[in-house]
Design a protein around this ligand. Structure first.
Ligand SMILES: [Zn+2]
Length: 278
């Protein structure tokens, strides 16, 4: 017999299936991998994500800490410049949420980025924060949420969704979206898998470097994350991420390319694929 949780999840995904159903394919920026988020409409994901971000701003206290906010705005805007149209219809917004216990951050489709004040325990410098923001935005540009929803819908049977698209569907679809971001409270987070996390590390490191932030900071940052991660409330960065040693090894392998991008950015070099916003 299905548990109540699975029933709710199944229903929510079916609703999402009915709303978002679409076939498309795309290529992931930087890594060049072919995205599998084909069942989910990109536009619908943006709309739902923007809506959920608005809800988050009502649900969580927004921090007015001037230092944290200044740091996030500066780093966020610089990274947004290099991400450009790797993501669909970006209307960038960077919000610090007050929760010193949450070493967590997220980026949502539509260019919505949130960090919790706890992140500043490990992201001490702008370089550190750039690695975190780059990683989160990479989840969006690589369409990991679309892929997660798409796969979950196949698992649940998309067709069933057409029968249930009535009353309260918006809320359930919203819950499914938040689950795919790993933040669902009602349904439990589906989250990203290890392959997605490694891909976000790779793309995020390049974004940070292109925005002029030192990618070498990543090693010490992830070391500190791992130390914090031994606590009892594992944030996004630990739940399904590659094991600590694997992650550090991967980052070391990625560093030469990232440093090259960083040096180029520092010397004022402009890459062809960077969109200059005037
Ligand atoms: Zn991640």
């Amino acid at each position: 017999m299905k548990s109540k949780f699975l029933m709710k999840l199944s229903l929510a995904l079916a609703v999402v299936g009915a709303i978002f159903l679409q076939t498309s394919c795309s290529t992931v920026p930087v890594s060049g991998r072919h995205s599998m988020g084909g069942l989910v409409s990109d536009t619908a994901v943006v709309e739902m994500s923007v809506e959920q971000f608005e809800a988050m701003k009502k649900q969580f206290p927004v921090s007015r800490n001037p230092k944290y906010n200044a740091m996030l705005q500066e780093v966020g805007n610089n990274i947004a410049m290099v991400v450009g149209y790797d993501i669909l219809n970006p209307d960038w917004e960077f919000v610090v949420f007050e929760d010193p216990g949450a070493i967590n951050a997220l980026a949502m489709a539509g260019g919505k980025v949130g960090v919790f004040t706890g992140i500043f325990k490990v992201a001490k410098t702008k370089d550190d924060l750039a690695i975190v923001i780059g990683h989160e935005i990479a989840h969006v540009s690589a369409k990991h949420v679309n892929e997660r929803l798409s796969k979950a819908m196949i698992g649940q049977g998309v067709g069933a969704g057409l029968a249930v698209i009535t009353g309260g569907g918006g809320t359930l679809a919203g819950s499914a979206i938040m689950s795919a971001y790993g933040l669902g409270s009602q349904l439990g987070g589906l989250g990203f898998n290890r392959r997605m996390e490694s891909e976000a590390d790779e793309i995020g490191l390049i974004y940070a470097a292109r925005a002029g932030y030192n990618p070498r900071a990543a090693i010490a940052l992830w070391e500190r994350m791992a130390e914090e991660g031994s606590g009892d409330a594992p944030p996004e960065f630990f739940s399904t991420h590659p094991s600590h040693d694997t992650r550090i090894m991967n980052i070391h392998a990625l560093l030469p390319k990232a440093i090259e991008e960083y040096e180029l950015a520092k010397s004022g070099g402009i890459r062809e694929n960077i969109i200059i916003i005037e």
